[in-house]
Write a protein of this length. Structure first.
Length: 356
C-alpha cells in the first residue's frame, strides 16, 4: 500500500509559541505565506497577501474595541470606579441622527450596542475579499482517486460525508464496494483503504482534500487567535486582558491566554478578573507572566506566578482581601456549617469514628 504523508494541521495547534503576543501574530503570518500564498499567487500577490491578512486581523481587533470601548470594559469587568459614559446612550439615545428620525415613543433606548454591532453583522459588512477569511471550511463536491484518469471518485457533502461513490467497486476488485462508502467521512474512507491494503496514488484528491480542509480550518482558528493577541496587546495591562477574555469566551478561544497576560501588581481589580476566569472554567495551576506590560524591552525575562498563588496573595482593594462576592460565599458556607442539620451529621460521623 502506498499512501502519501501529508501534514496534519490540527497538530499545529499544539506547537509552542513565543511569549510575546506580537511574535505569535508574526508566526501565523509566516505560516500563511508558506502554506497558503507561496506558489499560488503572482509575485505581486505573494508580496501583498500577507499584508492584507495582517490588516484584516487588525481590523477585527479594532471592531471589538469599537464594540467594547475601554469604559464599557471597566463597567462590565470593574477594576476602578465606573465611568458614567455608556456606549448605548452614545450610539442611540444621544445620537442626533437617530433622534431626528424617531419620536420620543420609539424603543431605541432599549437597543444594546454590543448586540447591535455583533459578530454576524460585522462579518456580513466586510468586503468579499475579507469575508472569505471567515467562511467555514468545506469539502469539494467531487474528489477523484486518480486526478489523471478522473474515473473513480466520491461525492461529498460540505462536511466531508460520502453521499455517493462511483467505480470504487471496480478499482478495488470488489474488496470495497461503492455502497460501502456511503455515509462514511472521507477520513474513514482513507482508513478503510489502509485496512484493506488498497493502493492510493500519490496525488489522490482524497488526502489532498483533507489537507486543504485542515489548512483552511487552521487558518481560520489562527486568525481568531491572532485577533485575540492583538486585542490584548492593543488594550494594555488592564483593558487588554479583560477585552481579550470577552473575545475568548465569545469566539471559543483559550481563556488561559488573556489570564496569562493580566498580572499587574498595581491592578486593583485583578482579583475580580481572576475570579471571573475561574468561574469560566479556568485552572488554578495556570502560570501567568508577571509584569508583561511593564517590561523595558522584548528580551526581558519574565517571571511567572500561578493562579493558585495569586489567590493566596492578591488582595481585592484597600483593607479588603476578598471581593464582596467571595465574602458572601464564605458567609453562606459558615451558615451551612453552623446549621443544626450539619452539626448533627458531623456528630454522627465522629461517633462512628469513635466506635471503629
Amino acid at each position: 500500500m502506498k499512501l502519501s504523508k501529508r501534514k496534519n494541521y490540527n497538530e499545529l495547534y499544539k506547537k509552542p509559541y513565543s511569549t510575546l503576543l506580537n511574535n505569535k501574530v508574526d508566526e501565523f503570518i509566516n505560516w500563511y505565506f508558506e502554506n497558503i500564498v507561496k506558489g499560488h499567487r503572482t509575485d505581486i500577490g505573494e508580496f501583498h497577501e500577507p499584508i492584507k491578512m495582517r490588516n484584516f486581523i487588525e481590523k477585527m481587533a479594532v471592531w471589538y474595541e469599537l464594540r467594547y470601548p475601554d469604559y464599557e470594559i471597566n463597567r462590565l469587568m470593574l477594576y476602578t470606579d465606573p465611568d458614567s459614559t455608556k456606549i448605548n446612550e452614545i450610539m442611540f439615545q444621544d445620537n442626533k441622527n437617530i433622534s431626528d428620525l424617531l419620536d420620543d415613543n420609539s424603543q431605541v433606548g432599549k437597543i444594546e450596542w454590543d448586540k447591535f454591532y455583533n459578530a454576524d453583522v460585522f462579518i456580513k459588512s466586510l468586503p468579499p475579499g475579507e469575508r472569505w477569511y471567515m467562511t467555514k471550511p468545506r469539502y469539494n463536491d467531487v474528489v477523484y482517486l486518480n486526478p489523471n484518469s478522473k474515473i473513480e471518485h466520491l461525492h461529498l457533502t460540505n462536511d466531508g460525508i460520502v453521499y455517493g461513490a462511483e467505480y470504487i467497486t471496480t478499482y478495488t476488485n470488489s474488496v470495497i464496494k461503492d455502497e460501502d462508502l456511503e455515509g462514511l467521512h472521507i477520513r474513514e474512507v482513507i482508513e478503510l483503504f489502509k485496512e484493506k491494503d488498497i493502493y492510493l496514488p500519490e496525488n489522490n484528491e482524497l488526502e489532498e482534500a483533507i489537507e486543504n480542509f485542515d489548512k483552511w480550518n487552521y487558518q481560520k482558528e489562527e486568525i481568531l487567535n491572532c485577533v485575540m493577541y492583538r486585542i490584548i496587546e492593543r488594550g494594555g495591562n488592564r483593558i487588554g486582558p479583560r477585552r481579550g477574555f470577552l473575545f475568548a469566551k465569545e469566539f471559543g478561544r483559550n481563556i488561559d491566554v488573556p489570564m496569562m497576560y493580566s498580572v499587574d501588581s498595581s491592578d486593583p481589580g485583578l482579583r475580580l478578573f481572576m475570579n471571573e476566569y475561574l468561574k469560566a472554567g479556568g485552572s488554578k495551576d495556570l502560570e501567568c507572566y508577571v509584569g508583561y506590560f511593564s517590561r523595558v524591552n522584548n528580551e526581558e525575562k519574565l517571571e511567572t506566578i500561578s493562579v493558585q498563588d495569586l489567590i493566596l496573595t492578591c488582595n481585592h482593594r484597600g483593607l479588603d482581601f476578598y471581593t464582596p462576592e467571595e465574602d458572601e460565599l464564605h458567609q453562606k458556607l459558615v451558615n451551612i456549617l453552623s446549621s443544626d442539620a450539619v452539626k448533627q451529621k458531623i456528630k454522627k460521623i465522629n461517633n462512628k469514628k469513635k466506635l471503629k
